[in-house]
Design a protein around this ligand. Structure first.
Ligand code: FAD
Length: 491
């Protein structure tokens, strides 16, 4: 491949958002777009290996070639190794396939100038083709790249059926469509999935690989962007390592889509971040931006063990239905994690309890200037009493629903006591808000409402780092919507 020295637009990171942005911005044949992805890429849909598309598994286990890992502290004394996608399609290429929208009220925290629910709804619709007949058509797209469907009731895994029956029996309302605004009030419902014929359809498959023949689009794999290059207050390009070789590409427009861990890390390495932290590492300060890496949000999750006496091992999406009750989302996973993720030690089947409006705010900081050393990530989960109470109540509710006699009509389960709740603590892997959009009056906001990095011309962030706060639902559908809307705003 010829070396590229200049592109009109460089997109750093070919994950969920980067694939959408590169696809949309290269629709204009007069604009050259270069997508740089740290992990492997593919040049055709047929090249994507089955373990990336098989939606009954998450290819993130030990030794996976499709992820990068970092060690994180979830709360004081509780460390975990966390995986994120490092491959074309990013985390969306390895995820659970749960593709639900944020609720209308989630957008109250976003800049109302451009990101109210009314303004983003057309971009949710434009990103999807909802394949289910009978759902409320006014809330669904029919021409967008991402397929959305729900597991039909008759095909559900027995644990899904039993859990839904138990929740309805306990008085929760049943929603046919968790993407309809009415569902935001809570209740149990079928999970919208970006899974078609058993295949996980990432943004790489839906947006990027079908348009790779465009002459104005280049995708470079195994290209780790190590730093941004500036001329005064303007970005003029990036430095990268491709297969161990340093090179530079120039551009007047650089869009960071490296994900909510690596985008802030790249900003910090390039001198954009809290000045004291940068100086301590010997990095010269381009912009003193105190919010870079600070104040991110995610969904803590506690795994409630279930002993299913008549477990039915079969291929299913990881989740087919969930219950939203107050601050929590209860997730009856269809299989044990060691059967969803190759290479894990055998463990019990679990029902997850995710805290969807956690007050905890985390931080990402560089350990060194080495671009291959993962940053220090601290979640500060469950530090507030309000979060601990909400989680306790959520776990109690999950246990009550699982112990209900109606569960045993379909599936015989027992619910052992959780001996050590901190051992059961995990994260939903929904990290957002590590380089947030916000008003100029808020010194911790890194971006303006057009995703522009304050203090630098030509530099944008388009990934979940930019979210003001993690939505109270899984973020993947919102990431795709966000990239669609951002691409429309940028040019
Ligand atoms: C295992 C897992 C399961 C999940 N399940 C769900 C789910 O079921 N439903 C849901 O809603 N959400 C889920 N999520 C979250 C969701 O997938 C992510 O929030 C979303 O994909 C993030 O998109 P992004 O574009 O911000 O980042 P990513 O998709 O992570 O993309 C970032 C990309 O940038 C690349 N990159 C990083 N640094 C560099 C660099 N320096 N140079 C070049 N490239 C770089 C990475 O390799 C990666 O491809 C899950 C996440 C994970 C990890």
């Amino acid at each position: 491949m010829n070396r590229i020295e200049y592109a009109d637009v460089i997109v750093v990171g070919g994950g969920s958002c980067g694939c959408v942005v590169a696809s949309r911005l290269s629709e204009n044949p007069d604009r050259s777009v270069l997508l740089l992805e740290a992990g492997p890429t593919f040049s055709a849909i047929a090249e994507v290996p089955a373990d990336l598309t098989d939606a009954s598994m998450l290819p993130i286990g030990p030794g996976s070639e499709w992820v990068g890992t970092y060690s994180a502290e979830l709360t004081s004394g509780v460390g975990r190794t966390i995986a994120r996608g490092r491959v074309l399609g990013g985390s969306g290429a390895v995820n659970g396939g749960y593709f639900v929208r944020a609720t209308p009220t989630d957008f109250d925290a976003w800049p109302q100038s451009l990101w109210s629910f009314e303004q983003v709804l057309p971009f949710y619709l434009g990103s999807e083709t909802d394949l289910d007949a009978g759902t409320q058509r006014q809330w669904h797209g029919s021409r967008g790249p991402m397929p959305v469907a729900r597991t039909p009731v008759r095909a559900r895994h027995p644990i899904t059926t039993a859990f839904v029956d138990s929740a309805v029996n306990a008085g929760f309302s049943m929603h046919q469509d968790l993407n309809a605004p009415g569902a935001s009030a809570g209740g149990v419902g079928a999970v919208p999935l970006n899974i078609r014929n058993g295949n996980r359809v990432s943004a790489a498959l839906a947006y990027l690989l079908p348009i790779l023949e465009r002459q104005n689009l280049r995708v470079q794999g195994h290209a780790t962007v190590t730093s941004l290059i500036f001329d005064g207050s303007k970005v003029i390009g990036v430095e990268m390592l491709v297969d161990g070789v340093h090179s530079i590409v120039r551009s007047d427009t650089v869009i960071l889509s490296a994900g909510a861990v690596h985008t802030p890390a790249l900003l910090l390495r390039s001198g954009i971040g809290p000045a004291d932290d940068l100086v301590a590492l010997g990095i010269s300060v381009e912009v003193d931006s105190p919010g870079v890496g600070r104040g991110f949000s995610d969904h803590p999750e506690v795994a409630v063990p279930v002993v299913a006496k008549n477990e039915v091992p079969r291929k299913s999406p990881a989740l087919e239905a969930v219950l939203h009750a107050d601050a929590v989302e209860i997730r009856p996973y269809t299989r044990r994690f060691d059967r969803l993720i190759s290479g894990l030690e055998p463990g019990p089947q679990v029902v997850g309890v995710g805290l969807m409006r956690s007050t905890s705010r985390g931080s990402i900081a560089l350990r060194s200037t080495d671009p291959f050393e993962a940053p220090d990530v601290r979640y500060h989960y469950l530090e507030s009493e309000v979060d601990r109470r909400a989680m306790r109540e959520g776990v109690e509710l999950a246990r009550d629903l699982l112990a209900s006699p109606i569960m045993s009509e379909t599936m015989t389960v027992t619910v052992p006591t959780i001996e050590n709740p901190l051992a059961a603590l995990g994260t939903s892997l929904h990290l957002s808000g590590s380089a947030r959009m916000g008003p100029e009056s808020d010194p911790s906001s890194v971006l303006d409402d057009h995703c522009r990095v304050r203090g630098v011309d030509g530099l944008f962030v388009v990934d979940t780092s930019a979210f003001p706060v993690v939505p109270s639902r899984g973020p993947h559908a919102t990431a795709i919507m966000f990239a669609e809307r951002a691409a429309a705003l940028l040019f």
